[in-house]
Design a protein. Structure first.
Length: 290
């Protein structure tokens, strides 16, 4: 290789490193109200994204419940992905419209656990997240989803959306092994003790189920395989809906960590470059990190 060629190659390599280092993916975590402890979980969510080396992370915190929300107007369009750790008071209409446009124009979103409970009366939000629970959701909002005989069942039976039994470890089963988020994961893997969200219902448009968990009757479950990891498309936007989570200890479960990190990258870019970690769990025991 000539000196000139070597210098050119080195120059391009240095430029690539500089560009990558200067322009990480931008993520925004939204919190401030929740029926779960967002003050505990947001630091975990932020750290887990930052440790991938792919993300620069900001946090937008709403006013407390019942306070003036008119000034809550994040500039969603400047971010590659928004992680919702929020369920609480309605946002200003201007903020709602900006969020809808952001997603429709190609923005990414990650729904973290109880964020699926948010905004039951916001039609477009419910289309964005696919399915949700609680908040008065029932058959008017769309079908229950469960997995049976190799396919998703959309059940329009009457009844309230959203339930779970006591926290317990449970196994996830990958239903779409070809999606970038689940590619390379074992078919079955364990998650630590958590709320197994069940009977979520909603519009369920353009929704793909990536993984389910069996809600065992002995754990006050439905006796059905419930969707836990899902993707939704809304306009040009990509949404990763992850029902795992709840509190800080669940954020130490490698089943949650890897699917959250991979799902956030996919929501931001449409692809996943991260390898499956060596400590990812198998079918029998959860794997935890300090």
């Amino acid at each position: 290789m000539s000196c000139k060629h070597l210098l050119t190659t080195l120059g391009l390599w240095v430029l690539m490193v500089a560009v990558v280092g200067a322009a990480p993916l931008k993520a925004l975590i939204v919190d401030g109200q929740n029926n779960h402890n967002w003050k505990e979980t947001t630091p975990h969510l932020k750290k887990l994204l930052e440790e991938t080396g792919l993300f620069a992370v900001d946090v937008a915190t709403t006013p407390p419940r019942g306070q003036d929300m008119s000034g809550f107007q994040p500039d969603f369009a400047t971010y590659d992905v928004v992680v919702s750790n929020y369920t609480g008071d309605s946002w200003p209409e201007e903020t709602n419209r900006a969020f809808e446009k952001y997603i429709a124009d190609g923005g990414g979103m990650v729904v973290f656990h109880a964020a699926s409970n948010a905004f039951p009366n916001w039609k477009e939000f419910n289309e964005i997240i696919g399915v949700g629970g609680w908040g008065g959701r029932n058959e008017k909002d769309g079908p229950f989803l469960h997995w049976k005989d190799g396919e998703i069942v959309r059940d329009m039976s009457p009844g309230s959306g959203g339930t779970h039994g006591p926290q317990h470890p449970f196994q996830l089963i990958v239903r779409d092994p070809n999606h970038p988020i689940t590619a390379g994961l074992p078919e079955k893997f364990m998650h630590s003790a958590d709320e197994l969200y069940s009977q979520l219902r909603g519009p369920a448009k353009n929704l793909t189920v990536l993984a389910t968990a069996y809600a065992a009757p002995e754990q006050r479950g439905t006796g059905r395989h419930e969707p836990i990891l899902m993707t939704i498309t809304y306009g040009k936007g990509r949404i990763f809906h992850n029902a795992l989570g709840h509190a800080g200890i669940q954020c130490r479960s490698v089943a949650f960590i890897a699917t959250y990190q991979r799902g956030t990258e996919w929501a931001a870019t449409g692809k996943v470059t991260q390898k499956v970690p060596d400590d990812f769990p198998g079918p029998d025991q959860p794997s935890m990190r300090e």
